[in-house]
Design a protein around this ligand. Sequence first.
Ligand SMILES: C[S@@+](CC[C@H](N)C(=O)[O-])C[C@H]1O[C@@H](n2cnc3c(N)ncnc32)[C@H](O)[C@@H]1O
Length: 241
Amino acid sequence: MTSKEYCGREYWIKENLRYTHRYFRTLKLAKIVNVMSRGKPCDLLDLGCGPETLSSLLNQNVSYFGIDIALHRAQKHLMEMDITRNPIHFHGNTFDFVVAAGLFEYMGNCSHEKYAEILTLLKPNGKFIVTYMNMDHCTKPSFPSWNNIVTIDEFKEGLSQHYHVLDFFPSYYSAKEGDLESELMRKLQLNFNLNIPLIGKRYGVNYIFICSPKDAVGNTSLGRYGRNFKNAQACSPCRPN
Ligand SMILES: C[S@@+](CC[C@H](N)C(=O)[O-])C[C@H]1O[C@@H](n2cnc3c(N)ncnc32)[C@H](O)[C@@H]1O
């Protein structure tokens, strides 16, 4: 696979079954959403939802919706769509949270167009929560299907063209690339949401970014996840149909 080739449904229908496992990243994302939603009814759209593993970890106040290129079952709250070929939408609905975990590594040169589309899916105080692999991790991670490989700084810079990056931190620190397996480390790191600059670069396995739309300047509901703000720029073209 060359750097900008995309995997299709036939690849993902098998591959995304690996994500029925409750990876630490998924536990951490669920915890963040559960804390941020503060028990209030809210809607969440999981982009690249795969087998909906996140859904089983969310509190009952969070109504779950998902989009994926390869769904395993047809359900009202799910929509099958290749988002590199179609503008992202969900029957005209908007959401309090849009989550994209382990997706943007596969977005080729579509990232900016997708960031712009996700803006239209967010309610005024909505949050975009996105993960991205730390390509600078000491194990030098690589995967043949990744077609969007940038550093964490470049990824954050791209996001910052469309969003306020309120907070970002490694989902976990580890000298190994795989999932966090030690029960002790899982317990210790579940509530540890800090970016330690040099250590994060080397040992942060993948990062979580919590973002709000650029135009939500008056947004005061940043909760415990609000810190960093930057300026807006234009977006670039994506994949032709
Ligand atoms: C690495 S898996 C992550 C699954 C899940 N979000 C998680 O974190 O456990 C990437 C997911 O994105 C979906 N995906 C990949 N390319 C896509 C595309 N072009 N449009 C929609 N979904 C896509 C895959 O089917 C898969 O479920």
